[in-house]
Design a binder for this molecule. Structure first.
Ligand SMILES: CC(C)(COP(=O)(O)OP(=O)(O)OC[C@H]1O[C@@H](n2cnc3c(N)ncnc32)[C@H](O)[C@@H]1OP(=O)(O)O)[C@@H](O)C(=O)NCCC(=O)NCCS
Length: 133
């Protein structure tokens, strides 16, 4: 799993308990996962279809640097299934896991459309490095 995106937990991201607000984290995850799906499927028209159980494993606090990891676990006909982990960048302690996020590839008519992809595309295939695209 590649941890592409880092976030710095700021005062505006906190809940009344003084820890990272779950809604802020879910917003970051949905955006990160959407970008991942767009890049993997080569199409800007993808929508979130389904998000499975979310496990808030441990709290994050103001000033923490966290990182979001996403990887594809399944390529369907019109969908792509991803899995996600968020962890503390410095300690590597797990903060959250999401088993499944399903995104659907849409055509110009807004309906599900086959994406034709069957496996993860790596940047090395395009630019010669090991990172996932
Ligand atoms: C996404 C949407 C167009 C799909 O329509 P649909 O009629 O459910 O489409 P289908 O039944 O053809 O399913 C499309 C794909 O999603 C998968 N899917 C549908 N329901 C699912 C569910 N509950 N869990 C997991 N996958 C699901 C199907 O298996 C199919 O994948 P496949 O082609 O790879 O096998 C429609 O549900 C929708 O517009 N939802 C709202 C999306 C949205 O607004 N998201 C939030 C903002 S981004």
């Amino acid at each position: 799993m590649n941890f592409h995106t880092r976030k710095w937990v700021k005062p505006e991201d906190l809940n009344p308990n003084g820890t990272l607000f779950g809604g802020s984290l879910l917003r970051w995850i949905d955006e990160e996962a959407a970008i991942y799906a767009i890049v993997q499927l080569g199409n800007q028209r993808v929508v979130t279809k389904y998000i499975s159980e979310i496990n808030f494993v441990s709290a994050s606090r103001q000033g923490d640097i966290i990182e979001l990891g996403i990887t594809a676990t399944e390529f369907g006909r019109t969908s792509i299934t991803l899995t996600c982990e968020v962890r503390n960048k410095i300690t590597r302690k797990s903060i959250l896991t999401v088993d499944k996020l399903v995104f659907v590839n849409l055509g110009e008519d807004g309906l599900p459309a086959p994406h034709g992809r069957t496996q993860i595309r790596y940047i090395k295939d395009q630019f010669g490095t090991e990172d996932q695209a």
